[in-house]
Design a protein around this ligand. Structure first.
Ligand code: DX5
Length: 218
């Protein structure tokens, strides 16, 4: 199974966002994730469609819009028009998830559903076949630089089993606290896409060195 590194620009230096995205692409990243937070679904306010569009214009990589917002159904078209290739909504944010996935697909985009740490994998069982990807939050959403929650490892494995049992083509993405020492654990558990914010964008090393370090840990 090919494992992809997905830098999250939440930790990037926004005074030179384009450069930071292009360096990640040149260093072999698979996609770029934009963390959209509304200060309501999560206790932080970050960025919207304008930043998704700015990232879109800087890279040929697929762009993910990770919507940590309430009422995501009101904004799907805006993020689609902004240039997101994958739109990820939270299971906890929408009582009408089946309809919301259809809305994302109708906009011609890849559909993903994210689960907060306390939400069981079983919540995805009946829509898994409709998804292009499922995201397991490995921190409580809202901030970069948090510590990985190790109790999420068996949850990743359960999701991997569910997907393999149904013989589906659905990526498992993990998000939060992913660093060099965590990479082999989540890959072993069954993840195929690894989101990394502070492990890619930090002052200790360049983006190129950081992505090589994560890649070597696979
Ligand atoms: C947190 C976001 C993550 C975050 C990851 O709510 O969804 O994408 O940016 O950052 P690190 O890798 O530093 O935990």
């Amino acid at each position: 199974m090919a494992i992809g590194i997905v830098p999250s620009v939440l930790s990037a230096d926004f005074t030179r966002l384009g450069e930071q995205v292009r360096e990640a692409e040149a260093a072999g990243a698979q996609r770029i994730q934009v963390d959209v937070m509304d200060g309501h679904f999560v206790p932080n306010i970050t960025m919207g469609p304008m930043v998704v569009n700015a990232v879109r214009r800087c890279t040929s990589l697929p762009v993910e819009a990770h919507l940590m917002i309430s009422n995501p159904e009101q904004y799907i078209e805006e993020f689609a028009n902004a240039g997101a290739d994958f739109i990820i909504v939270h299971q906890e944010a929408s009582p009408h998830l089946h309809r919301l996935i259809q809305q994302i697909k109708a906009a011609g985009k890849g559909a993903g559903v994210a689960l907060n740490p306390s939400t069981p994998v079983i919540m995805l069982e009946d829509i898994l076949s409709k998804l292009d990807m499922a995201l397991i939050m490995t921190v409580n959403p809202g901030f970069g630089g948090q510590k990985f929650i190790h109790e999420m490892l068996p949850k990743i494995t359960r999701l991997r089993e569910l997907i393999d049992q149904q013989e589906l083509h659905c990526d498992i993405e993990v998000d939060g606290g992913v660093h060099e020492t965590i990479v082999p654990l989540v890959v072993q558990a069954g993840a195929s896409l690894l989101v990394a914010g502070s492990a890619v964008y930090n002052e200790q090393e360049s983006v190129t060195e950081a992505i090589a370090r994560l890649r070597n840990a696979i």
